[in-house]
Design a protein around this ligand. Structure first.
Ligand code: HPA
Length: 249
């Protein structure tokens, strides 16, 4: 199947309402089952696949997501480009709630996740280059698409991936800030590395849901705040994706 794009939706993005003529694929992979069905449909005259990373009912927590199955299944369906949509907390000044950002670097703080396709008996070990963890071409296309769609997006930033599912302490976020992180989320890794292992073009669109712990003036982070901001900012996502499909095809 020829797919122009695959999209992995994160917290707050469980479907692409604009997809037409949708086919549903319930796939199995050598790594197990993906988080849920993959919906393939038409968007802007192109075939696009969509997968909800946490499941369509948000039932899979970040550390239990089968990232290998998700990425492999999209590859199996014919995807060559993947945009991951990730909810994040903002750490540095320009990353306030409701901002969209396209990070250009990441630091992985996760542990215990199955993070490589080499991690199976008999697989040939490969050390993929990860100097630039996101596809430069797809990042550029996403930024151009946002511009064309009139959607403001921050170009660049360092994404720190924490283990979750709990949010971080003030001290943990202070450490991430010292490390140079601008954004913090729980799902960007190992997804980006797995996409690289399969030779996919992968970029991430971050939706800032809240100031990370200790960064705003809030005493605590509430789910009302997180989901309220995500609902508002995720309304921009279909516009960016529609423009992206016009640009890349
Ligand atoms: N930390 C980690 N992940 C997140 C956050 C956060 O503050 N907000 C949304 N996803």
């Amino acid at each position: 199947m020829s797919l122009a794009l695959a999209v992995i939706g994160g917290t707050g993005v469980y479907r692409l309402a604009a997809l037409q003529n949708v086919e549903t694929h319930e796939l199995d992979t050598p790594y197990g089952a993906p988080s849920g069905p993959i919906r393939v449909g038409d968007l802007g005259g192109q075939r696009v696949a969509f997968l909800a990373r946490h499941g369509e009912g948000h039932t899979v927590p970040p550390h239990r997501i089968n990232y290998r199955a998700n990425v492999f299944a999209l590859h199996q369906l014919g995807a060559r480009r993947v945009v991951g949509i990730n909810a994040v907390g903002g750490i540095t000044e320009r990353m306030g709630p409701r901002v969209l950002a396209v990070p250009d670097q990441l630091i992985d703080y996760t542990h215990g996740r199955l993070s490589s396709f080499c991690d199976v008996e008999g697989a040939k070990v490969e050390h993929v280059d990860f100097t630039e963890p996101y596809s430069r071409a797809l990042r550029t296309a996403l930024l151009r698409a946002a511009h064309d769609a009139g959607v403001e997006v921050v170009d660049g930033g360092v994404y720190g991936c924490t283990q979750g599912p709990r949010l971080e302490t003030i001290a943990e976020i202070a450490r991430l800030r010292r490390d140079g992180c601008d954004l913090v989320g729980m799902t960007g890794m190992p997804e980006a590395a797995l996409a690289r292992e399969l030779g996919l073009d992968y970029a991430s669109l971050n939706l800032v849901a809240n100031w990370a712990a200790g960064c705003g003036d809030q005493a605590e982070i509430t789910m009302d705040e997180v989901f309220g901001n995500l609902e508002a900012v995720s309304a921009q996502v279909p516009k960016v994706l529609a423009a992206l499909l016009r640009d890349i095809c």
